[in-house]
Design a protein around this ligand. Structure first.
Ligand code: ADP
Ligand code: MG
Length: 253
């Protein structure tokens, strides 16, 4: 796919296949195009050209909610929970297509709305328990630490029952003890068949979690390899040292 903003090719003819069942890393210097690529996959942006296939469907023209129904979920680099709402409510509102969202149903089928809400609440509590936030279910989301917000995001995205989860910097602003918890949760979900694509700057986290790793720079896909291969590849070192301007060829010698 290619996506331009004015004269900037934020994602420039990037092509790759994501292996089902993998935890794939996506790294690259600031401005490399990582978040734009996420937005293209999740549907916030459409490509200027190219195509995107997921589970046998062409989805590059679909809306984000249609892609969610196909099983693509995402989290954000900077989580913005509804601050005054409880932790539990923040997870419950992530559930797709609830009957109570249709105003008239609250009147025409109140028992169905109540039943559905009870089951959504039970699922939300299950995910809060999974990420270890169940004891904070009634607390306002604004009281959560950076790491707890990342865990809340993970619980929220799991309400969508995704097959592929896009995580934008799960380690950003997270203290080390909670980082270990996040890694453990990602591994556990992956063992149950959830595929992950993870943008991350923390190389230790990438090394311990991701295989393979994709490297972007200046909108291009520079290489794909194991974390170890990527870390010692001169093109990758150049991209980080030279910044975006250096491009795939690296700085002039
Ligand atoms: N909505 C937008 N409008 C204009 N330019 C954008 C927009 N989003 C991203 N860009 C530009 O595209 C390039 C890639 O940005 P981004 O995808 O955010 O990179 P990364 O996430 O790797 O830091 C940057 O030059 C950025 O300024
Ligand atoms: Mg980004």
């Amino acid at each position: 796919m290619t996506r331009r903003f004015g004269g900037v090719r934020a994602v420039d003819d990037v092509s790759f296949t994501l292996q089902a069942g993998s935890i794939t890393g996506l790294i690259g210097p600031n401005g490399a195009g990582k978040t734009t690529l996420f937005n293209l996959i999740a549907g916030m942006y459409r490509p200027n050209s190219g195509r995107l296939t997921f589970g046998g469907h062409r989805i590059e023209r679909q809306r984000p909610d249609q892609r969610t129904r196909h099983g693509i979920g995402r989290t954000f680099q900077i989580p913005r929970p509804f601050p005054a709402m409880s932790v539990l409510d923040n997870v419950m509102v992530a559930a797709p297509g609830q009957a109570g969202e249709r105003f008239w149903r609250v009147w025409s089928a109140p028992s169905r709305v109540a039943r559905e809400e009870a089951s959504v609440q039970a699922r939300a509590m299950d995910w809060l328990r999974f990420v270890g936030l169940d004891r904070l279910a009634e607390a306002p989301a604004r009281t959560l630490s950076g790491g707890q917000r990342k865990l809340l995001e993970l619980a929220r995205v799991m309400m969508l029952d995704p097959r592929l989860v896009l995580l934008d910097e799960p380690g950003a602003g997270v203290a080390p003890p909670l980082m270990a918890v996040i890694v453990e949760k990602i591994r556990a979900l992956n063992a149950q068949g959830v595929t992950f694509l993870i943008i991350e700057h923390d190389m230790d986290l990438v090394m311990s979690l991701c295989r393979p790793v994709l490297v972007m720079a200046g909108g291009r896909l520079l290489m794909e390899g194991s974390a170890e291969e990527v870390r010692r590849d001169p093109r990758v070192i150049d991209a980080y040292l030279g910044g975006v301007e250096a491009g795939p060829e690296g700085p002039p010698s």
